[in-house]
Write a protein of this length. Structure first.
Length: 145
């Protein structure tokens, strides 16, 4: 990966969360490079395409219409490698189309703490995102055991 040591990646998490919270699919997809590696504990497989990212965003918004992310503290950045990490709080209600196959909406509210780690290029698009959170706790809050 080639990144300029002067690239300021500290604004990336705010842009990413604004796209999530605004349900803005175009802004969300513009936050990623054309090829991405996206790992999330709730996914059965790694997302590697923008079409896969689109499906994850739209599926999440359909399942949790009030889904929001709130940054906790300031991001940790390494401009020379393009890495940025941000702790977050995710809240919402399982009130839409079932997020977990075979399970309809429970109506349960949830609150999950986690962190994302991105690798961001000089053009401020992510080539990689890895989410870290307790997926078992998330599932229990959704009513899935």
């Amino acid at each position: 990966m080639t990144t300029s040591p002067t690239v300021d990646v500290s604004d990336y998490p705010a842009r990413y969360f604004a796209a999530w919270n605004g349900r803005d699919i175009e802004a969300a997809l513009q936050a990623f490079a054309s090829t991405v590696t996206w790992n999330d504990p709730s996914l059965p497989a790694t997302i590697t395409t923008l079409d896969g990212a689109r499906g994850f965003f739209e599926g999440s918004w359909a399942a949790f219409p009030d889904l929001t992310f709130e940054a906790i503290g300031l991001p940790l950045t390494d401009a020379t490698t393009g890495r940025v990490a941000q702790e977050w709080r995710m809240t919402g209600t399982d009130s839409g189309v079932g997020f977990i196959p075979g399970h309809g909406p429970s109506g349960n509210e949830f609150e999950v703490l986690g962190m994302d780690m991105w690798v961001v290029t000089a053009d401020l698009t992510a080539t990689s995102v890895t989410a870290y959170y307790d997926a078992a706790s998330f599932a229990r809050q959704l009513g899935v055991s």
